[in-house]
Design a protein around this ligand. Sequence first.
Ligand code: PAF
Length: 302
Amino acid sequence: MSAPRVIRTVAEMRRAVADFRKAAVDSGSVGFVPTMGYLHEGHASLLRRAREENGLVVLSVFVNPLQFGPGEDFERYPRDEKRDLEVAAACGADIAFMPSAAEMYPNPPLARVTVGEITGKLCGRSRPGHFDGVATVVAKLFNIVQPDRAYFGLKDAQQVAVVAQMARDLNIPVEIVPCPTVREPDGLALSSRNVYLNGEERAQATILYRTLERAREWIAAGADADRLRDRMKQSIAESPLADTDYAEVVTWPGLGDPPAGRPLRDLGEPLLVALAVRFGKTRLIDNMIFTPEEVAATCSGK
Ligand code: PAF
């Protein structure tokens, strides 16, 4: 596959999409994969899906300072532009939009995008302001790239819900395409932050996946929300290096709180079971979405 065209300015990015749309007759759709780089197989799966479904595929690589809080890992967030371009080429991306912070934020932005209620829980509670930063940069990127479809990994399920809500509320004409989490053979969800883990932490990090698999069984066995949260915390505590930030269950995609005291399996709604766990300075997140059909199948041992 040929190397993608690297674009670093907003003006050139807009021109490239406008030229494509002028020239395109059929399959003239634009597919967009926004990332913060250090691409792994999860990102590659988004790019490949975008390649299958669109005439033009745009990848963006931008480590967005607005979505990092004080003391978080903005400075040390892993970066490798050369490797990112190799992955982008292998997946057939046409354009890699790689703006600088000065290009994206020539002045500290006065306008910000805030997506109410659903950002106040899960990661939003532990990382105040994070989702305003995400929503703001994604709105800017949507305005710059003007994609027909944008592809997001469900490992960041709350981010998918926030971006979809923002696009609906602001009438941004883009289809948000949620894509499955990609995992290592032992279940660990792929993340650019996994490189921070030392050997011992990496070995114990599978507790997130194992706890989510157990959660499926506990829901099928009749746990209510409080019981599920307690059991998940106990499960995570089996790994001595793990420190639970949250172990939560909410409805999907509304992120509503399930009614207290009712078996989750009786709600008849998809559930998002989500975890955030610290290993030393590294905070890992993971989740699974269980549909009522899946829970019923687990109950009947299928
Ligand atoms: O998921 C990410 O990598 C980022 O949050 C995103 C969507 C690229 C916005 O900076």
